[in-house]
Ligand binder design. Structure first.
Ligand code: ADP
Ligand code: MG
Length: 724
């Protein structure tokens, strides 16, 4: 791009210096949680009995009475106001991908012309946002549009500082008046309860005194950072979050000189600011590094319980986006902002833990512990095999379609990577009674003894969508722009069913007089045999695997339109109803909203492409065509023939015509009614609109490579990805 924008951008980048970053802030350990109404603050500020009641609510789900809620609200308000807060908000996660908040002031007129700062238990516990504009997938008709927000005491409130305002943010669930869940948090909380109940049955058999099991998760977030000038000059980035045109640059990621490389000063300043902000609101960020693609990075927190981690993950995405402009940059969370280089994912590290903090997917030291570990591990294996469709659907989106099913990132086929050692152990168990394992000098104690599994086994596999990484599973197919709510729920429900099955089978055997050892030794080989088709340690990108997976009967749902119906498969509906996670209506609503979101996304992208072709690229191309024509004519009138000039003119003319035809064809496809149902629309977008978009892009990108740098109207990949 040759315009003033590029010069502005380059000037700003040249003149930017680290000195602009803020001075060093408070020590990280002092700042951590300083804006959170966390346990220690609660303990310090609440009367002992109220604090105890609140803890019981948090750890055991016991109801709180209104007087306790009043006391908590009042302490919360005092604390918030001392920190400069003027407003509070019930913060929730509607069925769209974002979070929602409506701010209310603490100010209440006292009737004598003055105001007092008030916040009652009732206001804390329940809010009534005007919710009629949130998608509900047909669950609410407009006359019953009201939904209400209900305080989630298990996720601590925090203070949102923005500009000169401070707001107390209260995490809440969002439900309709009939009690149906209109959000992602409610089913997540329900699924955690369900999983806890079934996991405890297994733990009981092993003699554990645990009172509760939670799921833990640590999401690794990938993102791109580019200069804001470039971002602002690209209507596609602003409106669709990804580039819809853009020729591959001469240099992409082939030199592999970015992954874990030194971090540029400006990026580092941004990262450290983000980390500082996140620490203050209690998000335990831990690692940062350069990712594989140019201008791609990663940030990861330490794992937490899944509910809090899911809230924190939303805060993390918002903080990344909000902080970038302060450093003259834009943060792109889309799964595929740039064609031809890696897209971004969110690796969802997931495990289960009892209330003593024991990781249930950590191989133990004794044969007894190892046996328990194997039962939980096999439960996950079985869950992924049995509910692969549900897991695939939980991460389906137009953005993620560019990763899964395309030739990168994990494939759309779900499989489990166990690593050689664990696979070997499973093999031997299946064959009945392993005495030792391939790698095992240290073990030998019995049927189910394990060697100590190294945390970072050498055989890490980057192509697996679902990998065992020593003491947790890593669901790697999740998209960078997605809430981890749905994948967490899907995993919880699937594993709940598996644990239920295993617990029932084990209990039956123990009740009929077998030892637990014997029961496990009898059951596991069968479960492994029935589910081992899901184990795959090889290269997930290969053509061979596609064939092999088909032979094994694994699902290969390459796009959102294929994947989403899994959500309303009768077996999945029965699964969700059986554990009271979502009823059929609630599940259908999510299916509909996800499908609608897909349709709207493709529609916006298609419209944008038409706009960019007609109003950006075409005028520039006409201009160039004219220049070349004038040059050819000038050469001719001077008595010579410009062979290359004519050839270029033909080429430009062909592309200009093709561009216009392509954009007309796309506009027509967009206008055509794809049928009346959302499903038919979606299929039309997938089968007619997306191919028309791809064709148009091909022509646009060819023009970019032909046209002079100065007259190309958009920042190019070469500039956006490499000038920083
Ligand atoms: P890796 O190199 O395997 O990606 P890390 O130790 O860097 O491993 O961890 C990656 C993420 O996994 C971090 O967010 C970390 O907190 C998380 N994690 C570690 N243990 C668990 C666990 N038991 N449950 C959930 N997440 C975990
Ligand atoms: Mg990882």
């Amino acid at each position: 791009m040759g315009s003033a924008v590029l010069l502005d951008a380059i000037g700003a980048i040249r003149d930017w210096s680290v000195a602009e970053a803020k001075a060093p802030r408070a020590r990280a350990d002092d700042a951590f949680g300083s804006l959170v109404f966390h346990d220690a603050v609660q303990q310090a500020r609440l009367p002992e009995s109220i604090y105890r009641a609140l803890r019981r609510t948090i750890t055991h789900g016991e109801p709180l009475d209104l007087s306790a809620a009043d006391a908590i609200a009042s302490a919360m308000k005092e604390w918030a106001v001392e920190h400069g807060a003027t407003h509070y908000t019930h913060w929730f996660q509607p069925l769209t991908g974002i979070t929602a908040e409506k701010h209310d002031s603490f100010l209440t007129p006292d009737g004598d012309g003055r105001v007092v700062l008030e916040f009652s238990g009732k206001e804390l516990v329940r809010g009534e946002p005007d919710a009629s504009s949130f998608p509900s997938g047909g669950m609410r008709s407009t006359f019953e549009a009201r939904g209400y927000t209900a305080w989630d005491p298990t996720s601590p409130p925090w203070l949102l500082k923005s500009g000169n305002s401070t707001t107390l943010v209260i995490p809440t669930a969002f439900v309709s008046w009939t009690g149906e869940a209109l959000d992602k948090k409610t089913p997540l909380l329900r699924s955690t309860d369900a999983l806890s109940k079934q996991a405890l049955r297994i733990l009981r058999l092993f003699g554990s005194p645990a009172g509760r099991v939670v799921t833990t998760c640590g999401p690794e977030q990938e993102y791109f950072l580019i200069d804001r000038y470039f971002y602002l000059a690209r209507p596609d980035l602003i409106n669709a979050g990804r580039t819809l045109f853009g020729a591959r640059p001469p240099k992409g990621q082939e030199l592999e000189d970015q992954y874990f490389g030194a971090i540029a000063d400006r990026v580092m300043a941004f990262m450290s600011d983000v980390e500082c902000e996140l620490c203050k609101v209690g998000v335990p960020v831990k690692t940062r590094h350069n990712e594989v693609a140019p201008s791609q990075y990663e940030i990861a927190p330490v794992f937490e319980n899944a509910n809090v981690a899911t809230d924190h993950q939303m805060i993390m995405m918002e903080t990344l986006k909000r902080t970038a402009p302060r450093y003259g940059m834009a943060c792109l969370l889309h799964e595929k902002p740039f064609a031809g280089v890696n897209g971004s994912g969110k690796h969802l590290n997931w495990s289960m833990s009892d209330d003593e903090g024991n990781n249930l997917l950590g191989p133990g030291a004794s044969p007894h512990d190892n046996m328990q570990f194997l039962v939980f591990c096999v439960a996950v294996l079985r869950a992924v095999n049995r509910w692969q469709g549900l897991l695939r659907a939980s991460i389906a989106s137009a953005g993620n379609d560019h990763r899964l099913g395309a030739n990168e990132a994990p494939p759309a086929i779900l499989s489990v990577f166990l690593g050689d050692m664990l696979t070997d152990i499973f093999d031997q168990i299946e064959k009945g009674g392993a005495k030792s394992t391939k790698h095992g000098g240290e073990l030998d104690t019995g049927v189910l003894a394990l060697p100590k599994l190294p945390r970072d086994a050498g055989d890490r596999n980057r192509t697996s969508p679902f990998a065992f990484t020593g003491n947790k599973f890593e669901f790697r197919a999740v998209g960078s722009n997605q809430s981890i709510g749905y994948p967490n729920i899907a995993l919880n429900v699937a594993v709940t069913e598996s644990l239920d099955y295993l617990a029932t089978e084990l209990e039956k055997r123990v009740a009929s007089g077998r030892t637990l050892n014997a029961a496990v030794a009898e059951l596991l080989p069968k479960v492994i045999r029935e589910n081992k088709r899901i184990i795959f340690n090889g290269n997930g990108y290969s053509e061979q695997w596609q064939k092999e997976a088909a032979r094994r009967g694994l699902l290969n749902l390459k796009n959102t339109v294929d994947a989403l119906p899994q959500l309303i498969d009768p077996q999945v509906v029965a699964l969700f109803e059986r554990y009271h996670i979502l009823n059929a209506r609630e599940l259908h609503a999510r299916y509909e909203v996800m499908l609608e979101t897909y349709n709207k996304t493709i529609n916006v992208e298609g419209q944008l492409m038409v706009l960019m072709a007609n109003r950006y690229i075409l005028p520039a191309a006409f201009e160039y065509q004219k220049q070349v024509a004038q040059s050819v004519a000038a050469v001719k009138s001077a008595g010579a023939t410009s062979v290359e000039g004519k050839r270029t003119l033909t080429q430009v003319t062909r592309l200009v015509d093709a561009l216009k035809r392509g954009s007309d064809r796309l506009a027509k496809a967009l206008a055509r009614d794809g049928g009346r149902s959302a499903e038919q629309h979606a299929k039309h977008y997938r089968d007619a609109v997306i191919p028309a978009m791809d064709a148009l892009r091909g022509v646009g990108d060819a023009l970019e490579l032909l046209m002079p740098h100065e007259t190309w109207p958009l920042p190019t990949y070469r500039e956006m990805l490499f000038i920083k």
